[in-house]
Design a protein around this ligand. Structure first.
Ligand SMILES: NC(=O)c1ccc[n+]([C@@H]2O[C@H](COP(=O)([O-])OP(=O)(O)OC[C@H]3O[C@@H](n4cnc5c(N)ncnc54)[C@H](OP(=O)(O)O)[C@@H]3O)[C@@H](O)[C@H]2O)c1
Length: 276
């Protein structure tokens, strides 16, 4: 198996390569699974993967929304296939992994993108709301990652991207100079992303002697249903960090939080490593 690095310009000039796996005599495509791919940043990530020639397995928990996303992606020329996948449902995740195993035998990229937000100040936070958020943003990621790992290990150099958030960065959220420190105090969502950051670091540690890289992406404050479309970044921009981390070369980092950098006086389009 040979790995060929092709320069591919990203829409924000970030994505610098695509790993195209060449079998002797036959070209095989990169197989990428995106959870929560039926809208928002997940759907756009699928579009950007498709533009790089990847086969996109578009995970969605709702059949109708998943089929609609598949149609939209195919109309845009993407080799997309809807995969029924509710990250909170063990049987659904197991069936998805079995199906990918039968159809493709491996998985090159896993993007744990599915996420939900519920917002209340800590003192008014209901434990059921915390559990609901953690079921998707935390337990869902562990469930999907562990189900897909045997397939990721069969790929020559798999990439796992956990779509996290700067609001999960305890350093940024408590830095008085950061705009993030001005946000109202929430509990369920920011703490779920802090947990996801540590989960990312620990998978990266366990897999450090393998070619698999595990990183967390920060899309930045992106206009989607998650925040009632109040974000100041487009989904095109929001997906860039994920695509960048999913296409890292062999000497790229593993176990970092990377993406949009929001500062009070810095440039609007700065990218880089965020503190945990
Ligand atoms: N937007 C931002 O400013 C921002 C910033 C930082 C990080 N993020 C993260 O980016 C990711 C994508 O969010 P988004 O902004 O694109 O939000 P979105 O438009 O609300 O999309 C969320 C996606 O997750 C799916 N989902 C929810 N629960 C699921 C479950 N149990 N199983 C499978 N899929 C499920 C949703 O499916 P349904 O349509 O069926 O509900 C939808 O496809 C999330 O992890 C979010 O935390 C977003």
């Amino acid at each position: 198996m040979l790995w060929v690095v092709l320069p591919v310009p990203g829409s924000a000039g970030l994505s610098h390569m695509v790993g195209a796996a060449l079998n002797v005599g036959a070209m095989t495509t990169t197989i990428a699974l995106v959870t929560g791919a039926n809208k928002g940043i997940g759907l756009e990530t699928a579009q950007q993967f498709g533009a790089r020639g990847f086969t996109v397995l578009a995970g969605a928990r709702d059949e109708e929304r998943g089929r609609e996303a598949e149609r939209e992606l195919r109309l845009a020329g993407v080799d997309a296939r809807f995969v029924p996948l509710d990250v909170t449902d063990e049987a659904s995740v197991r069936q998805a992994a079995d199906w990918i195993g039968r159809e493709y035998g491996r998985l090159d990229i896993l993007v744990n993108n599915a996420g939900i937000a519920r917002g209340n100040p800590p003192s008014q936070t209901d434990l059921d709301a915390v559990r609901e958020v953690y079921e998707v943003n935390v337990f869902g990621v562990i469930r999907v990652t562990n189900a897909m790992l045997p397939l990721l290990r069969r790929a020559p150099a798999a990439r796992i991207v956990n779509v996290s958030s700067e609001v999960g960065s305890i350093s940024s959220m408590t830095d008085p100079a950061s705009p993030l420190a001005q946000l109202p105090a929430g509990l369920a969502y920011p703490s779920s992303k802090s947990a996801l950051n540590m989960i990312t670091a620990m998978y990266a540690r366990e897999l450090r002697d393998t070619p698999i890289k595990v990183n967390a992406a920060n899309p930045g404050y992106t206009k989607t249903d998650l925040n009632r479309n109040s974000g100041f970044r487009s989904v095109t921009e929001g997906a860039e960090a994920t695509v960048y981390l999913a296409t890292l070369p062999a000497d790229g980092p593993s176990g970092i939080l990377w993406g949009h950098l929001w500062s009070a006086d810095g440039p609007a389009d700065a990218y880089g490593r965020l503190p945990w």
